[in-house]
Design a protein around this ligand. Structure first.
Ligand SMILES: Nc1ncnc2c1ncn2[C@@H]1O[C@H](COP(=O)(O)OP(=O)(O)OP(=O)(O)O)[C@@H](O)[C@H]1O
Ligand SMILES: [Mg+2]
Length: 288
C-alpha cells in the first residue's frame, strides 16, 4: 500500500446545509503501516515536577504530573492561570527539564527540542521581512530538509491551511487568523509526530477563533498527529479533544482526565448537543 492510497484527509465543502466533511487522499499524511513509528504512546509524563529557581526563591510550577498522549490522540489541557500549563508544554518540548520524575517521547526521555515535535504559541512570531512561504520554510535549514522537498511540502501545507493564494504576501498583509494559520503550516513543515500548542487562538476575536477551531480539527483529521493543546476555553477543549485534562491551581497536578465521547468530525451543531453541553458543565465544575 502506498502512502498516497493509504492516506485519507477530511476537507470541508460548503453546501446549502453549511459545512460538510468528506474524505480524500492526502499526500501529506504518513503511511499508517510505516514500521519506523511506534504504534503506541507518543508522550508520557511520569511523576513530573518542575521548580523554577529565581533570585527571590523557588516556585513550584508542577507537582507529580502523570499523563500520556497516545499516538494520534488529541489531548487538551485546562487549568487556572499560573497552574503550570505552559510549563507542561515546555517540558514536552524539551525546553524545560523536570526537577522530579521524567517525561518521555516514544519511551525515550526528552532532553532537548527535537524534530519529532512541532510547537505553536499564542503569537505565531512570523518574520515581517519574509513572505508567507519564506516563513513556512524557516525551519527547513534547522531540520536539514532538502530545499526542493521543503518548498514542495510548504506549498502543500499552505494549500492545507487555505493560504496558497497568499504565499508571496508579507505577514503585515494578513489578518491575525491567517497569520496563525501560517504558524500552523510552519509547525507542520518537518512532519513532526507530536504537536504542542499553547493557547494558539487566544489572541484572536471570537469568530476567527471558532473558525480556526474547525480548521484545526480538519487539519488534525488529515494528519494523524498526537496533540497536546493548552487552552482556557472549555468549549474549545471539548470540541477538539479526545481527552481533556484538568489541572489544579499551582503547583499544577492532574485532577481530571475526561474522555470526550462525541463522534467525529464534530460540526458546528455538535456544540448545541446534550453531550457537548454536559461535558462542558462537568469540566467547569473543576474550574470554579
Ligand atoms: N521562567 C520562569 N521562571 C520562574 N518562574 C516561572 C517561569 N515560568 C513560569 N514560572 C512560574 O511558574 C508558574 C506556572 O507558570 P506557567 O506559565 O506554566 O502557567 P500557565 O498555567 O501557563 O499560566 P497562564 O494560563 O496564565 O498562561 C507561575 O507561578 C509562573 O510565575
Ligand atoms: Mg501559559
Amino acid at each position: 500500500m502506498t502512502p498516497e492510497t493509504d492516506m485519507a484527509t477530511v476537507f470541508r465543502t460548503q453546501n446549502e446545509h453549511g459545512s460538510r466533511y468528506t474524505v480524500q487522499a492526502d499526500p501529506l499524511r504518513k503511511a499508517a503501516d510505516d514500521t519506523s513509528e511506534s504504534p503506541v504512546a507518543a508522550l508520557r509524563a511520569e511523576g513530573a515536577g518542575v521548580s523554577y529557581r529565581t533570585r527571590r526563591g523557588q516556585t513550584e510550577a508542577l507537582c507529580e504530573v502523570n499523563l500520556q498522549v497516545g499516538d494520534g490522540e488529541f489531548v487538551a489541557v485546562l487549568g487556572p492561570s499560573g497552574c503550570g500549563k505552559s510549563t507542561l508544554l515546555k517540558l514536552a518540548a524539551g525546553l524545560v527539564a523536570p526537577s522530579q520524575g521524567r517525561v518521555l517521547l516514544d519511551g525515550h526521555p526528552i532532553k532537548a527540542p527535537g524534530r519529532d515535535t512541532g510547537v505553536a504559541f499564542q503569537k505565531p512570531n512570523l518574520l515581517p521581512w519574509k513572505t508567507v512561504l519564506g516563513n513556512v520554510l524557516l525551519p527547513a535549514r534547522t531540520l536539514k530538509l532538502p530545499m526542493a522537498e521543503a518548498c514542495q511540502r510548504a506549498a502543500r501545507l499552505l494549500d492545507l491551511v487555505g493560504l496558497s493564494a497568499f504565499a508571496r504576501h508579507y505577514p503585515n498583509e494578513l489578518s491575525g487568523g491567517m497569520q496563525q494559520r501560517v504558524g500552523i503550516a510552519r509547525m507542520l513543515l518537518g512532519d513532526p509526530r507530536l504537536l504542542l500548542m499553547d493557547e494558539p487562538f487566544a489572541a484572536l476575536d471570537a469568530l476567527t477563533r471558532e473558525a480556526l477551531t474547525f480548521e484545526l480539527q480538519r487539519i488534525w483529521l488529515s494528519q494523524s498527529k498526537s496533540v497536546l493543546f493548552i487552552t482556557h476555553s472549555i468549549p474549545e477543549a471539548v470540541f477538539l479533544a479526545d481527552r481533556v485534562i484538568v489541572m489544579s491551581a499551582r503547583p499544577g497536578r492532574v485532577i481530571e482526565d475526561f474522555h470526550v465521547m462525541l463522534p467525529r468530525p464534530r460540526l458546528p451543531e455538535t456544540m448545541s448537543s446534550v453531550q457537548f453541553v454536559g461535558a462542558c458543565t462537568h469540566l467547569r465544575s473543576y474550574l470554579q
